[in-house]
Write a protein that binds this ligand. Structure first.
Ligand code: F0G
Length: 484
């Protein structure tokens, strides 16, 4: 008999189930991916979502305070005592009124879910708390992942705080220093493998299987259970009224997969009446989902056309095509959660867009100029939103929540290079692009002299005794609307 939580194969022709005490990243029978499923008749889901929000005020009980575990009734796979939490998910849905206006949206309709506020600075902590909890349940001691940077930073942090040994595989070269510094500081054994993220992930899956390391990548279905909570927090901030659209960058496609599962369950439980639509944004240089969907690939009730996927990958191999984008976090050619992402698109009537590196960097600068910091991958959301507004896929009066997945300080090189044109040690800006961006805010070299400083501030000596309220003040609203 099934217990409350169990693992289940996503293949409709298999549907094998496994106990949650097993450590699996694929179905033992058919090799497909697994979901964590629940027997809701035994699990006692909440009668109303708003009943869960009160818990946040209980700051002395870590599970109630966590932005993931205060929703534990919607991911009931662990006893409270086994949960590994470090206060993740204290993140906010912020109204971005000025940015929205700049994009031509109706007042108040643009919202940013700022996941950079997590303990390790990215959304990954939502998933890591859940996967570490499972690792503790099965008695694992050593945990591993492949990463473009944020997964490794998050893994290293949770490992250090919860008594695990962290092992991370990163590709050679392409990792933002903010992220690398975290893995090193938190004491993870860091292996820099020759090759890109796709190579690293294939290798770490093999190594973990053979050496018994607990795998923390999003092939681990428990990761996605934690990431569902990003959607719960968006709903909570909007007083449980779903937005019209959720916009999220697509890399390994774990996040969008988790969002789809979250809404399928909420709908099934009668906790939401309407499911928002989903827009997944790929970088042009790492656009497998975009290409596949345009080639007609669909979820098709779980019977996905494998031949189409294989022929795409065979072409990448034959033409020696490797993913390449300034948004190093999503520089991924073989997203492991491709099928689950197709399912999410099906559940949420989703669309996929692709954006250029230039669009990503310009969107990032615009987000920053209006007072929100994020790394390039996260800015793909606003670049994608602009495109979808222009093509009228998203209407200007619709309510949109964009997930800013990682903090701006993760990749300061990209920001400094955009503003100054100076190629810092690890900046990834493609050489063919202009040396600085349209919203460049270059530091001004100025002599240590009052006259020179007054001039550099665009003021005059008459202003020296002036009131702080006098004179023209330039604000973000004065920005020219640059078409890019
Ligand atoms: N945004 C950021 C900041 C990321 O770090 C990632 C993925 C994504 C978006 C894409 O999310 O994979 O769920 O589609 N980073 C992984 C890593 C791959 O290793 O840190 P996804």
């Amino acid at each position: 008999m099934k217990t409350v939580a169990f693992q289940q194969c996503i293949n409709p022709d298999c549907r094998s189930t496994f106990d949650i005490g097993q450590t699996l990243t694929s179905c033992r029978h058919c090799g497909e991916f697994l979901d964590i499923e629940y027997d809701w008749s035994k699990a006692a889901p909440p009668a109303r979502l708003r009943d869960l929000q009160q818990r946040w005020t209980n700051r002395r009980f870590p599970l109630d305070y966590s932005g993931v575990w205060r929703f534990r009734d919607l991911l009931p796979f662990s006893a409270d005592a086994m949960v590994c939490t470090i206060g993740e998910g204290q993140t906010f849905l912020q109204n971005a009124a000025c940015l929205g206006r700049k994009l031509g949206m109706w007042p108040g309709q643009l919202w940013l879910q700022y996941e950079g506020m997590n303990p390790s600075g990215s959304f990954k902590d939502n998933g890591m708390t859940a996967a570490f909890t499972h690792a503790r349940i099965v008695g694992a001691r050593r945990v591993a992942c492949a990463s473009t940077g944020n997964t490794s930073a998050s893994l290293a942090l949770y490992a250090a705080q919860n008594g695990f040994q962290g092992i991370v595989f990163i590709g050679s070269g392409k990792i933002a220093f903010g992220k690398l510094s975290q893995a090193l500081d938190y004491g993870a054994r860091t292996l820099q493998i020759e090759g890109d993220f796709d190579t690293c992930l294939a290798r770490v899956r093999q190594v973990s299987g053979q050496l018994g390391l607990y795998l923390m990548n999003s092939v681990n279905p428990f990761r996605l259970e934690g990431q569902k909570s990003i959607m719960y927090r968006i709903l909570e901030s909007l007083n449980w009224e779903p937005p019209d659209w959720i916009v999220v960058p697509g890399g390994n496609l774990g996040n969008c997969s988790a969002f789809g599962k979250a809404f399928a369950e909420l709908h099934q439980l009668g906790l939401v009446r309407r499911i928002p639509r989903l827009a997944v944004i790929n970088a042009q240089g790492a656009n497998t989902l975009f290409r596949m969907v345009n080639d007609g690939l669909t979820w098709n009730g779980g019977r996905v056309n494998n031949a189409l996927i294989q022929s795409h990958y065979a072409r990448l191999d034959a033409e020696n095509i490797h993913p390449h984008t300034v948004a190093s976090a999503i520089e991924i050619g073989r997203p492991v959660n491709l099928k689950k992402a197709l399912r999410a698109l099906d559940i949420m009537k989703g669309v996929v867009a692709q954006v250029s590196d230039n669009d990503i960097l310009e969107a990032k600068a615009l987000i920053g100029r209006f007072g929100f910091g994020c790394e390039p991958a996260s800015a793909a959301t606003i670049a994608g939103l602009r495109q979808l507004l222009a093509s009228q896929v998203i209407s200007r009066n619709e309510r949109v929540a964009c997930v800013l997945t990682g903090h701006g300080l993760k990749d300061p090189d990209a920001t400094v290079q955009y503003h100054t044109g100076i190629r810092t040690k690890d900046a990834q800006m493609p050489a063919a692009e202009p040396t600085w961006g349209s919203f460049a805010n270059q530091p001004v070299r100025v002599a240590d002299d009052m006259h020179a400083i007054v001039q550099a501030l665009g003021m005059s000596m008459d202003d020296l005794e002036g009131s702080p309220r006098s004179g023209y003040v330039e604000t973000a609203a004065d920005l020219p609307f640059v078409e890019y």
